[in-house]
Write a protein that binds this ligand. Structure first.
Ligand code: SF4
Length: 395
């Protein structure tokens, strides 16, 4: 192992793999199709098997060179279930066959669940695919933005697929109960969304994602709505106090306030020494997919898996830039009491045309409110405040 390879020793490598660059629905906030980046138009609509073979070889070489213990492939789109089922299974088999003798291989998949049927479930079972469903709340809320290409709501079709997945899990066919990814909408009530997920749909694992707005787009009204949403949802979750229900954004913040230095990336639980990047259907490599909507060199193409090694990805300008952004506190955050647990928030929410990433999160006040709420909850649960203070005062 060379010194640069040692420098980039990795436990967990995660690839967000764009197997389909089209979608069967058309959510108006989608960062892939509806926020200005038109890369998808020049990408093959569906990945080819020879591209997957090149990726598998790329990952195998990378695992050997960097001592990677676990590789996670997140099947993403567009909508990954637009692939023909036998072809999808061929992709899983090929990746597993090429990689599994050098690293543990895991599969995850993000879907709107509309195309889920029994045949898909059998594939998820055979291939051990962890499925997460995109849904934003009860029908009237979800269907304000998660619409099909004719403007019709998608709630009914998504929930039908979700229920098939849940039943399959209950029958022991799937490795995990399907989780839900939900984009926070400042016009919605977070308590209603949480209660609907838990009480009406029986969802056990969920995450609330901050909107992909950059700093300039975070208006005071928008931020206030996000704050209310998060706090209302947190209050519901914490008063349920049900260990079987995980809300990733909340449990992660609590763990961070208690001193965990693990991070979560992509679709993984908390992991250490982890890297993630995006591979499009052509094999082109980019950093974090959610940054595609900001017009900045950080989302320039890194290369293609055909002629780029993992070490070249990790030492590329966009990758280093993103690492530097993530490791550098915005100036204005230097004096913030939450700086050690927040680090300025998500890069997308920090970005502005004028200062680039040298802004606090556009959702700074939402995050502050959430941290305060979390500290209150920990204190009520008997955690000594000195323990949290030590975390907040650490470097
Ligand atoms: S809470 Fe706000 S000021 Fe504090 S570190 Fe986070 S973004 Fe910066």
């Amino acid at each position: 192992m060379s010194s640069i390879e040692r420098e980039y020793a990795i436990d967990h490598l995660e690839v967000i793999l764009k197997v389909a660059e089209r979608c069967n629905i058309n959510c108006d906030y989608c960062y892939v199709f509806n926020r200005g980046n038109e890369n998808w138009k020049i990408e093959p609509p569906i990945i080819r098997l020879d591209t997957v073979q090149v990726l598998a070889d790329f990952l195998r070489r990378g695992a050997l060179e960097h001592g990677v213990r676990r590789i996670q492939v997140d099947f993403h789109g567009g909508e990954p279930l637009l692939l023909k089922r036998p072809f999808f299974e061929e992709i899983c088999t090929l990746l597993r066959r090429t990689i599994e003798d050098v690293a543990e291989i895991r599969f995850a998949l993000q879907t709107n669940a509309i195309l889920v049927n029994q045949e898909w479930i059998e594939i998820f079972q055979r291939q051990g695919v962890h499925v997460s469903v995109s849904l934003d709340g009860p029908r009237d809320l979800n269907d304000m933005h998660r619409i099909d290409h004719k403007g019709r709501g998608t709630y009914g079709a998504t929930v039908k697929g979700l229920k098939l997945l849940q039943r399959a899990y209950e029958r022991g066919l799937l490795p995990m109960s399907p989780g839900v990814l939900c984009v926070v909408n400042p016009e919605f009530n977070g308590a209603d969304v949480y209660r609907h997920f838990v009480d009406d749909l029986g969802i056990k694992g969920m995450d609330f994602l901050l909107p992909d707005n950059n700093f300039d787009e975070c208006t005071p009204k928008n931020v206030l709505g996000v704050t209310r949403y998060l706090i209302d949802a947190f209050k519901q979750w914490s008063s349920d106090d049900n260990p079987e229900i995980d809300v990733r954004i909340f449990s992660t913040q609590l763990k961070t306030l208690l001193g965990s230095d693990a991070v979560f990336i992509g679709f993984s639980a908390q992991v250490r020494r982890a890297v993630a990047f995006t591979v499009e259907s052509s094999g082109n490599i980019f950093v974090d997919d959610t940054l595609r909507s900001i017009n900045d060199p950080v989302f320039n193409k890194i290369g293609n898996i055909v002629d780029t090694s993992l070490v070249e990805v990790l030492s590329s300008a966009p990758f280093m830039m993103l690492q530097s952004v993530s490791n550098t506190l915005p100036n204005v955050c230097e004096e913030c009491v939450w700086r050690t647990v927040c680090s300025g928030g998500r890069p997308t929410n920090r970005f502005s045309a004028q200062n680039k990433f040298d802004n606090p999160s556009g959702y700074c006040s939402s995050l502050r409110a959430l941290y305060s709420e979390c500290v209150g909850y920990l204190a009520r649960s008997g955690v000594e405040l000195s323990k949290i203070e030590a975390v907040l005062n650490s470097n």
